[in-house]
Design a protein around this ligand. Structure first.
Ligand SMILES: Cc1cc2nc3c(=O)[nH]c(=O)nc-3n(C[C@H](O)[C@H](O)[C@H](O)COP(=O)(O)OP(=O)(O)OC[C@H]3O[C@@H](n4cnc5c(N)ncnc54)[C@H](O)[C@@H]3O)c2cc1C
Length: 544
């Protein structure tokens, strides 16, 4: 079959959530890109379902938050967490959480989290990416190999429908090709961490009669405990008929041919009375891994290609979307001539520690709800059984909290040691997974507050740098001139609001295109041009 050659500034390998998010981010910035996706975009077996707050903040910036809120999930369905021995068995404990409709955004964010199963989430992102004329999203295109030639990357891919070989010349390539990333393998980059936290099996079922079968009430997740500990959970998929069971097993269970999914579903139900259809079963390994490097030459890794983690907490995809948001503005900067190569090095410096931290927190969540103290009598009838059930229920409620309630981790991750941010001498705050205290300390997500016109402060950020000025008499022209000199896009925004001024704590705050604070003070530094040099990555090699 003939081969053809095309050019693109950025080649994204993989059209899953991370690849699509990067395509949207680049499309939103007007940077042309090509996405290669080997499949047809259909998700047969939904893994992700929780879209956490930071991802919803990016979705708001991209104008697609409402599409996610209205994805089709039953937003009246209550998202409680139930601990029990089986659906028909004993109730051990319960955490009350509202439905998506009843939930309010937390005070620290203009948006709230949402449930949106992957078979709907991926197409929402892909459609949003395709709406940009500058995004060329190709299905049935499989990357086969690539060569980093120093001044460009030459990628070879196969159109699996036509058999044609397509060669693509690109300035930068990003491997968003998932946990088994071929891009990562070809780069020779290792994954560091824990390759097995557990062996698991997912069973995706349709069971319209499930709600009527039990007395446990609606829940986002039912966690099953038996003598010996936690062994499985049932997770809501669409809030109606679709559910996913995950069982924690061992290596032998990974053999699909010997796996008796019907029997496992019945054990979870605690009865044979439910009619259900098994749609699919997939074995998977729960890991805590981070790639040793996120960049090699002109090639980058993002999403599961760069980090894999236990789904406990629902952070996996969101961490990949945050990679995309971080890398997107940096690629924009370099392709538009105002960023330096150091900016691209800062991608790994900023994102790698965050990925490792979130993966560790997710593993801790898994350990917490699988380390049940003593559940041997959990099925017993009588007072000893009751006492055991109460103790296990109380433990599970305590242990599970960080899994369901992690705003501090979702919004509080920070680039404290970034060479693109200027420390202001204030002490490094402790990151609290549960509780999120907003701060405008450099390296942190710039705080949300509502403006008089109904917008959020977060709506001010994105296109370039934003210089927030809380006292209109403070001179800023040297910084604006220095930015212009280097073609760095910078917008001055005057804010006359004392509450927001006290949240930001300084008269001048420079916010990056990704909404993170780069610098703050009450007056400009004497050498304003050097601040511009720092934020455009010119000193990264010197400081990293
Ligand atoms: C049970 C479970 C539940 C989860 N729940 C959540 C949750 O609630 N919230 C959350 O945030 N995360 C969750 N996750 C994690 C989440 O599913 C992943 O982090 C996310 O799907 C990763 O997205 P990605 O785009 O990086 O990779 P993937 O989704 O794996 O996408 C990679 C894409 O690359 C394509 N590809 C691969 N190789 C090539 C090639 N050579 N050429 C072209 N295309 C290629 C693949 O076809 C695929 O479409 C869960 C994970 C599991 C296992």
């Amino acid at each position: 079959m003939e081969s053809s050659m095309t050019d693109t500034p950025v080649l994204i390998v993989g059209g899953g959530p991370a690849g699509s998010a990067l395509a949207i981010e680049l499309g939103w910035r007007g940077v042309p890109c090509t996405v290669l996706e080997q499949g047809d975009g259909t998700v047969d077996h939904p893994r992700l379902g929780i879209i956490l707050s930071r991802t919803m903040e990016f979705a708001r910036r991209w104008g697609i938050a409402d599409r996610i809120y209205n994805c089709g999930f039953n937003n009246d369905y209550e998202l409680n967490v139930v601990y029990c021995t089986s659906m028909a068995g004993h109730l051990l404990g319960r955490d009350e959480n509202p439905s998506c409709n009843a939930m309010q955004p937390p005070p620290q964010s203009p948006v709230k989290r949402q449930r949106c199963p992957q078979m709907w989430f991926n197409p929402i992102l892909e459609k949003a990416a395709r709406e940009y004329d500058t995004v060329d999203f190709k299905h049935f295109h499989k990357l086969e190999s690539f060569e980093d030639r120093g001044d460009h990357v030459l990628a070879t891919c196969l159109n699996t429908q036509t058999g044609e070989t397509v060669r693509i010349r690109t300035q930068y390539m990003v491997g968003c090709d998932g946990a088994a990333s071929g891009v990562r393998s070809q780069l020779g980059i290792d994954m560091l961490g824990k390759p097995v936290l557990s062996y698991s099996m997912n069973i995706f079922i349709r069971a319209p009669g499930l709600a009527a079968l039990h007395d446990k009430g609606e829940a986002e997740r039912y966690i099953f405990v038996r003598p010996g500990g936690t062994w499985a959970n049932l997770t809501v998929v669409d809030g109606r008929d679709l559910w996913r069971i995950t069982i924690i097993g061992n290596e032998t269970m990974m053999n699909l041919e010997e796996f008796d999914a019907q029997s496992v579903v019945r054990q979870c139900m605690g009865t044979d009375d439910l009619e259900f259809e098994i749609i699919s079963s997939i074995p998977w390994r729960r890991t805590e891994l981070t790639a040793e490097h996120f960049r090699k030459g002109r090639v980058f890794l993002a999403g599961d290609a760069a980090h894999t983690m236990s789904p406990t907490g629902g952070h996996g995809m969101s961490t990949g979307v945050a990679d995309a948001a971080d890398l997107g503005w940096k690629l924009d900067a370099i392709l538009n001539g105002w960023g330096t190569d150091g900016l691209l090095d800062a991608y790994e410096i900023e994102r790698r520690p965050i990925a490792a931290m979130v993966a560790a927190a997710s593993a801790e969540n898994f350990r917490a709800w699988t380390s049940v103290p003593d559940s041997d009598r959990v099925l017993d009838v009588g007072p000893e059984g009751d006492a055991c059930r109460q103790a296990v229920g109380e433990h599970m409620k305590r242990a599970g909290r960080a899994d369901w309630d992690s705003l501090g981790l979702q919004l509080g991750y920070r680039y404290d040691d970034s060479p693109l941010c200027v420390a202001d001498g204030t002490p490094v705050p402790q990151l609290d997974v549960l509780d999120y205290q907003q701060t405008a300390r450099p390296g942190s997500r710039a705080p949300h507050a509502w403006l008089e016109d109904g917008r959020s402060t977060l709506d001010l950020f994105g296109r370039g740098f934003t210089l927030m000025r809380f006292s209109s008499t403070v001179p800023v022209s040297p910084l604006i001139d220095a930015a212009q000199e280097q073609n760095v896009p910078l917008t001055l925004v005057d804010i006359a609001n004392e509450e927001i001024a006290s949240l930001y704590e300084r008269k001048l705050v420079l916010v990056r295109p990704d909404g993170f604070v780069a610098w703050r003070d009450d007056a400009l530094p004497t050498d304003a041009p050097s601040l511009i040099e720092i934020v455009r990555g010119a000193h990264v090699h010197a400081t990293a």
